[in-house]
Design a protein around this ligand. Structure first.
Ligand code: SAM
Ligand code: SF4
Length: 336
């Protein structure tokens, strides 16, 4: 590390950075995006070189885990150049983990390259194993392509975790089938509680809010559950299914009982740093990055100042939800 570690005002060490490398995507999941999205002009986005400088600066300040997300990270042109470049921080030992969250559509193409760049685990988002339902929820996605991508990832030696958004009346009955499919392939599975964004509940109603408490109850009808104490500094809780040995996670993005251990911040593809998923406060890091192309000190100062503003916890009722109950920011903006 080249500078003192990043410690926020509540003595939490910031060691985990999630980076959205694009706002674009080849899918249009109903809970995430509108069908006719207007994406950002290219000049707004950090270039791959800028992303490298930004991430490397964070690594120099003690970030040990980088999760690359989007939009769909694997549709960003030349993104493998970025992954390969980040692998130098794995080699040096400064970075402990380089990972990504993907919809899986491009994994058949990139799984081997990702492994070679030092990636060992990927999260793949998949809500249903029914091809028609998959097409409905993703609008533009094709299930077969994603399944091939998942197999390619496993073949390449990547550990795969499936993330499924819990949607009542949509993938509710599929819970045992998805769970067993994951068990057969040696994949862990995490259920995510849906946040009221995108078009969900509007013209593309494919499912409704399904509380993770109820998902858990459904599991208890099929399996013997053991609660795991394990926490990752994020909003996930885990149980072990005794029958399959699988770890099942539950992510409730809106709950704030994990804030005490929060170790993460989120960077958007335009260089905005969000200190808390539940608050709208952000810091512009693109200006100090671009204004001083050969000197990282202003960027480091801006990062440190931003971390100094990281709030104690969520404040959804006042700053996150709009009057109509919607969350102002889309997940594709901050990368979920
Ligand atoms: N495109 C990649 C993917 O789908 O995995 C990465 C970006 S995506 C925004 C990250 C995660 O956010 C996905 O697992 C997706 O299911 C989840 N997500 C998107 N919109 C959501 C919402 N409204 N509520 C809960 N999860 C959401
Ligand atoms: Fe794309 Fe991921 Fe959003 Fe689906 S959830 S539209 S795959 S960014």
């Amino acid at each position: 590390m080249t500078t003192p570690p990043l410690i926020d005002p509540f003595a939490r060490a910031i060691t985990y950075l999630r980076v959205s490398v694009t706002d674009r995507c080849d899918f249009r999941c109903v809970y995430c995006m509108a069908e006719n999205m207007t994406f950002l002009p290219k000049k707004e986005l950090l270039t791959l070189e800028e992303l490298d400088r930004m991430c490397s600066t964070f690594v120099g300040m003690g970030v040990e885990k980088l999760r690359i997300t989007g939009g769909e990270p694997l549709v960003r042109r030349d993104i493998m150049t970025f992954f390969r470049s980040m692998s130098r921080h794995l080699d040096s030992g400064a970075l402990k983990e380089l990972t990504l969250t993907t919809n899986g559509s491009q994994l058949a193409r990139f799984a081997r390259d990702l492994y070679e760049a030092g990636v060992r685990r990927v999260n793949v988002s998949l809500d249903t194993l029914d091809a028609d339902k998959f097409a409905k929820v993703t609008r533009w996605g094709r299930l077969g392509q994603v399944l091939k991508g998942i197999d390619a990832a496993l073949d390449a030696g990547l550990k795969v975790k499936i993330n499924a958004v819990a949607l009542k009346g949509f993938n509710e009955e599929e819970l045992p089938a998805i769970t067993e499919w994951c068990a057969d392939k040696g994949m862990d599975l995490t259920w995510i509680e849906v946040m009221p964004m995108g078009d969900l509940g509007n013209e593309d109603r494919v499912g409704q809010y399904w509380s993770l408490e109820d998902v858990r109850k459904t599991y208890a009808q099929h399996y013997a559950l053991t609660d795991l104490a394990e926490r990752t500094g994020g909003p996930a809780r885990y149980v072990r299914l005794e029958e399959t040995g699988q770890k099942i996670g539950f992510i409730t993005p809106l709950s704030h009982n994990f804030c005490e251990s929060c170790n993460r911040v989120r960077l958007t593809c335009t260089g905005e740093l969000y200190m808390c998923l539940g608050q709208d406060d952000m810091a512009d890091l693109r200006a100090p990055l671009r204004d001083y192309p050969n000197d990282n000190r202003a960027l480091q100062e801006a990062i440190r100042a931003a971390i100094g503003l990281k709030p104690k916890g969520h404040d959804f009722d006042y700053s996150r939800r709009r009057a109509d109950g919607q969350v102002a920011r889309h997940m594709s903006h901050t990368g979920g």
